[in-house]
Design a protein around this ligand. Structure first.
Ligand code: DGL
Length: 285
């Protein structure tokens, strides 16, 4: 195996949505290489039980660790919500999920908002059923500040809409409005995009949240917050930096089913040239 610094950062997701996290990582870490696994045979994770998601996450992590990675990034919010602590305890490398960085960015946005408007607004989280049911975002925010309140809203129609490429127009607009309404009515003044797919709906979410609230509502993207956290870990030496030189963003892309459909849709989630997609078997996971 090459020296640790030269190993890629391992990223896994239930499918292709995690490529939004790879895109955010690539923008701040152009020297790093990435090994991505999308568990397309078992997507979606968002509607499954915590026990099942933990089992799937363990299987994904095992494959990446066996291939050689220097840190593991759980790009899937649903998987991060239930398995980050378990994987941290089990693996001998840095493990980061998207929820803690997302919660930190949301807490900062809520505090800034309070300075500007004089009121400490609640943090509204949009996510899958699994992420919202896990209570992971309220837990992560409560570890940052006891002043901040979190309200969650499952938004199950948004993942299929994004996968169909319906990110503009009346159908996604109505769905976004429907999911944001209870959050804004409950007093949310910051919205967290708590799912890999929602960055593709960011424009609509910003517009609808502003229309419902009657003023601009800051929208926090957990993918960006995670990339910034990985950058910090590299600067602190917690993850070894890649040697000088620019790497191709993704050096390997693995999926567990339908590589051709993955290739066809991946461009919506990540700009640039993708490496060939390899299908692997995770049935023992
Ligand atoms: N990747 C999932 C997440 O971020 C969304 C898709 C799914 O339900 O598997 O929560």
């Amino acid at each position: 195996m090459p020296p640790r610094a030269e190993l890629p950062l391992g990223v896994f997701d239930s499918g292709l949505g995690g490529l939004t996290v790879v895109g955010a990582l690539g923008r701040v870490l152009p020297r790093e290489r990435f090994l991505y696994l999308g568990d397309t045979a078992r997507v979606p994770y968002g509607t499954r039980s915590a026990e099942t998601i933990v089992r799937y996450s363990r299987g994904c992590a095992r494959v990446l660790v066996e291939r050689g990675i220097k840190a593991l990034i759980i790009a899937c919010n649903t998987a991060s919500a239930v398995s980050v602590e378990m994987l941290r305890a089990e693996l001998d490398l840095p493990v980061l999920g998207v929820i803690e960085p997302g919660a930190q960015a949301a807490a900062r946005a809520a505090e800034q908002n309070a300075e500007q408007h004089g009121v400490l607004a609640k943090i509204g989280v949009l996510g899958t059923q699994g992420t919202i049911a896990s209570g992971a975002y309220p837990r992560a925010v409560s570890q940052i500040s006891s002043r901040l309140e979190v309200v969650g809203q499952p938004a199950p129609l948004l993942v299929p809409l994004v996968e169909e490429g319906w990110t503009e127009g009346e159908v996604p607009r109505l769905a976004v409005r429907r999911y944001l309404t209870p959050l804004i009515e409950a007093g949310a003044g910051v919205i967290v995009l708590g799912c890999t797919h929602y960055p593709l709906l960011r424009g609509l979410i910003e517009q609808e949240a502003a229309a419902l609230a009657g003023r601009r509502v800051p929208v926090v993207d957990s993918a960006h917050a995670t990339a910034a956290q990985v950058e910090d870990w590299i600067e602190q030496g917690r993850i070894e930096a890649a040697p000088p030189g620019e790497a191709a963003l993704l050096n390997e892309l693995l999926v567990t089913d339908l590589p051709a459909s993955f290739e066809a849709v991946a461009g919506r989630f990540l700009d640039g040239t993708l490496p060939p997609v390899t299908q692997i078997d995770l049935t023992s996971g």
